[in-house]
Design a protein around this ligand. Structure first.
Ligand code: AMP
Ligand code: MG
Length: 403
C-alpha cells in the first residue's frame, strides 16, 4: 500500500526511535570528530564570555556621561585584549579599549573610535550610548556549567570550534554504524570493468558509499547480486553483519525483482512498501533479524533521492544522532511547472540568485535514470501532490543537493 512521502518519513523516524539502542562510544581528539555524533553532553567550563568583552576598538565609558553631546572625557589609559585595567572609571572618565579586551570597572559601554574626535587625554565623544552597547556581557553566551552541546549532536566545524573554546581537547563520540551496500541486477557490472553492449556499470554502489560516508556511516561493499534468489539470499545473510542493509534495484514489480520476496521469505517485516513519490515509488523499508533495511529503486536518481530523504536520517539515528529530517528551503519558480496529481515529485533543478531573490528552474533530464541531469542540478524542486499547476514567480520548496 502506498503511503505519502511525509508518512514514510514519519515511519522511519518512529521505527528507528523505538528500536534503536544507543551505540557504544569512543574517546577521540578534536581533529578526528568531524561529522561524528556526540555521546556526552558538554557543559561550559566557565562563563562565556569569561568577562564583559568589548566588541569594538574605541573607548570604555560610563553611558550616563554621554547625555549631553559632545562629551569631553578624561582618558585614564588603555586596555588591550589579554590585559586588565587595574583602576576604575569615575564620572567623566574613559579608557582606550581594544576589541576583545575586558571592560574596566566602572565602565558600562564602549564607544567606537569612529564616534570620537581627538585622541590623547581629552577625547570628545559625539554619540550617545545605551548601557552595554558594544559589549558582550559576561556569561551571556553561556553561563558556567550550562549545557552548550547535547548528546546526539552532530559535530561540524562550528561545534568543533565550540568544543575547543570550552577546553575539550577530546570528546566521547558514538561508534559509526556499518552500512552494507547491496546492488542487484543481471545487467550490472562493476564500474571498473568494461561493460558489454547491453550492460550497465554499477554507479549506485559507489554513489551510495559516498552518501553513507557523508551521513556518518561506514560503507561496506557487498558485491553485486544477480537477479536470482539464491544469490540475493547469500548477500543478504552477509549484509546482516552490518547495522543497516541498503539494496539498490530489484524492488519493483518486474518478474526478476526478487529483493522484496527474498526478504519476506527470510522473515523480514515491512514498514514501508511503496511511497506516493517520484522518483522512488517502489521504496521498501523494514527489518530483518533485528537489522533495518532499505530497498532503494535501482534507477540512479531514485537511489540518490531516496537515500537523501530517508536513509540519511536513519543512519544518523543508528549512529546515536537526534532525528535530522531533510530540510526544504524556499525559492521562486522561474518557469511554470505542471504535473500529475497525487505524487510528491523531486525534480532536478538549479537555484540561482537573481535580483536578490532565489530563482529555481528545473534542468533538462530524461527521468530517473539520468545522472547527467542531476549532475547539472544543485537542488531538487519539490512539488507536492496538490500542486498540479505552479505559476512562474510562486514560492516553492527546494531540497538542496548537499543533504
Ligand atoms: P531496477 O530497480 O532493478 O528495476 O532497476 C531500474 C533501472 O536502474 C534499470 O535501468 C537498471 O539497469 C538501473 N540500475 C539498477 N541498478 C543499478 C546500478 N547499481 N547502477 C546503475 N544502474 C542501475
Ligand atoms: Mg533490476
Amino acid at each position: 500500500m502506498l503511503v505519502t512521502f511525509e508518512q514514510a518519513l514519519a515511519i522511519v523516524k518512529e521505527k528507528l526511535s523505538e528500536e534503536c539502542p544507543k551505540p557504544s562510544a569512543d574517546i577521540l581528539p578534536l581533529n578526528q570528530v568531524q561529522g561524528r555524533i556526540l555521546a556526552e553532553g558538554i557543559a561550559a567550563d566557565r562563563d562565556y564570555p569569561p568577562f564583559n568583552r568589548s566588541t569594538r576598538d574605541g573607548y570604555a565609558v560610563r553611558s550616563a556621561d554621554l547625555r549631553t553631546l559632545p562629551a569631553t572625557l578624561e582618558c585614564l589609559g588603555e586596555v588591550r585584549a589579554g590585559e586588565h585595567f587595574a583602576g576604575a572609571l569615575g564620572a567623566g572618565q574613559c579608557v582606550r579599549i581594544m576589541t576583545g579586551a575586558p571592560l574596566p570597572a566602572g565602565a558600562d559601554a564602549v564607544v567606537m573610535v569612529e564616534h570620537v574626535r581627538g585622541e590623547g587625554s581629552r577625547p570628545e565623544v559625539t554619540r550617545a550610548l545605551g548601557p552595554f552597547e558594544n559589549v558582550v556581557r559576561q556569561g551571556s553566551e553561556a553561563a558556567r556549567g550550562s549545557v552548550v552541546l547535547r548528546r546526539g549532536r552532530r559535530l561540524e566545524a562550528s561545534e568543533i570550534g565550540l568544543l575547543a573554546s570550552v577546553g575539550r581537547a577530546q570528546v566521547r563520540v558514538f561508534r559509526q554504524p556499518r552500512v552494507a551496500i547491496l546492488p542487484t541486477g543481471d545487467e550490472i557490472v562493476p564500474f571498473d570493468q568494461p561493460p558489454g553492449p547491453f550492460q550497465i556499470r554499477d554507479s549506485n554502489a559507489v554513489m551510495l558509499a559516498a552518501q553513507v560516508a557523508a551521513a556518518g556511516g561506514v560503507p561496506r561493499q557487498a558485491g553485486i547480486a544477480r537477479d536470482d534468489k539464491e544469490a540475493l539470499r547469500r548477500l543478504t545473510q552477509e549484509g546482516l553483519e552490518s547495522d543497516l542493509l541498503l539494496f539498490s534495484g530489484g524492488v519493483s514489480v518486474g518478474q526478476y525483482d526478487f529483493v522484496g520476496q527474498v526478504l519476506d521469505e527470510m522473515g523480514g517485516e515491512f514498514f514501508v512498501h511503496g511511497v506516493a513519490m517520484r522518483p522512488g515509488k517502489p521504496l521498501l523499508f523494514g527489518r530483518l533479524q533485528r537489522r533495518f533495511f532499505f530497498g532503494l529503486p535501482g534507477n540512479p536518481v531514485s537511489t540518490y533521492v531516496t537515500f537523501a530523504l530517508f536513509v540519511r536520517p536513519a543512519i544518523g539515528m543508528l549512529g546515536g544522532a537526534t532525528f535530522e529530517p531533510p530540510v526544504f528551503l524556499r525559492a521562486r519558480l522561474g518557469k511554470p511547472h505542471r504535473q500529475k496529481l497525487g505524487l510528491t515529485m523531486f525534480v532536478p533543478a538549479r537555484v540561482e540568485t537573481r535580483d536578490g531573490d532565489p530563482i529555481v528552474n528545473v534542468v533538462e533530464w530524461q527521468g530517473s535514470g539520468d545522472l547527467v541531469g542531476v549532475a547539472a542540478a544543485n537542488c531538487f524542486l519539490v512539488v507536492h501532490p496538490d500542486q498540479t499547476d505552479l505559476a512562474a514567480g510562486e514560492w516553492v520548496d527546494v531540497l538542496p543537493k548537499g543533504q
